[in-house]
Design a protein around this ligand. Sequence first.
Ligand code: BG6
Length: 491
Amino acid sequence: MAHFPEGFLWGGAVAANQWEGGWNLDGRGPAMTDVTTGGTVNTPRLITYIAADGTHGTLTRGQKLPEGAHYAVLDEYHYPNHNAVDGYHHYKEDIALFAEMGFKQFRMSISWSRLYPTGLEKEPLKAGVEFYRDMFKEMQKYGIEPLVTIWHFDTPLYLEEHCGGWLNRETIEHFVRFATTCFTEFKGLVHHWLTFNEINNTIQFLDMQGNLPDSAYQDAYQHLHYQFVASAKAVQIGHAIDPSNMIGCMICGITWYPATCDPKDILACRYAWEKNIFYCSDVQCLGEYGSYCTRLWNDHNVKLDITEDDLDDLARGTVDMYTFSYYMSNLVTTHKVTDKVGGNFSLGARNEYLKYSDWGWATDADGLEYYLEMIYDRYHLPVMVVENGLGAYDTVEEDGSIHDPFRIEYYRLHIEAMDKAIANGVDLIGYTTWGCIDVVSAGTGEMRKRYGFIYVDMDDEGKGSMARSRKDSFFWYKKVIASNGEDLSDL
Ligand code: BG6
């Protein structure tokens, strides 16, 4: 007998920049993803610019724009997020397919620059507001609850390039205006919100880059502090506008294990949890910085701009639920790592007990149970797993069918893990699989790294009809939802 409660919010998730496309339609302004090329599992995505002398240049994530240069879309590159999978024109069809699977909830994000093209405007674009309102009404027709991420990696490019992005305190104000518009315009249509997607990536990303100067840590922690304040202000406003709003944090959830029983590894593992996971969720769930933060800041001589008003906002703007993405666990060690593996905005040592995907991500369903129980015990807040899935190659058979037993198996294991966690007392209220329809990969910009139950005919170069078709996993997930997690058997 499965333990999923009645009304459990089964569904799937996408993000505007990876699904919508329509990057320059109806007045939308560009975001960083619109000047970011495609990459592969071995080659990074590039950010393109025109230098002061007119020459074309590229950066990788984290590198700074040279003096006098400006971000630009260049003819010689393909930008997969420009059209993505054209959710902008296909949303009715896509929502109908989600409804066919029995979705109770659909997680999507609102593109900030579709409402505020530069981020500085005083009023939102009507076309943008209408687009999202129509989408929410469409979901309402089928009884699908939207779960809306307000920020999913897409600060308007203008704010990034001309105003210092999240290193400028004023960005808080611009974000709050945007969030207030969302709460006001979509009141009654949306009840579940997330402020910042995978807010902790900013810290995890530092370790991926290796030996960075203290200034990189200074910037990352300051950037985060402004996002924490922006999130806390948004939570307060969201509650004031509609007290029934449930607003969550969203953490890139990785289960960290020590690689050996060397006490130094055990301690390093605890530190990894504090730095990568708790640093953000303690502030957002408990309303204050944890005691270990002093150590983290001192390690890199970080001095933050934090005011008394900020601390007051953090205390008042705690979230109503804990949500996170979960794809994998990672090993932490103080010993030399000879076999490094990748992951979701993270790196670690290979775990010989686990299997790895073609993109080097570990499959570890036990790690999901571990994470759920650990987090619930710490915060006692309702929890949702709002991303989980396997990025894999799909083959379309001659008759158009797509057999993806590997995806079904991945989901089965993770759903079983969630079931156990619920049986063990976790108040898990929802599950949205990542990329329920194939979308552009955030990490590599590829289309071939597919997560969906729904296949989209589109390749890495942007060629394809965009036609949607059902994979085997579509029918399997439909069965899972219809049985409220009871029937996980093969088709
Ligand atoms: C998370 C993001 O990092 O993982 C998503 O919130 C992203 O935007 C997902 O797509 C999977 O990562 P990737 O790199 O396989 O697309």
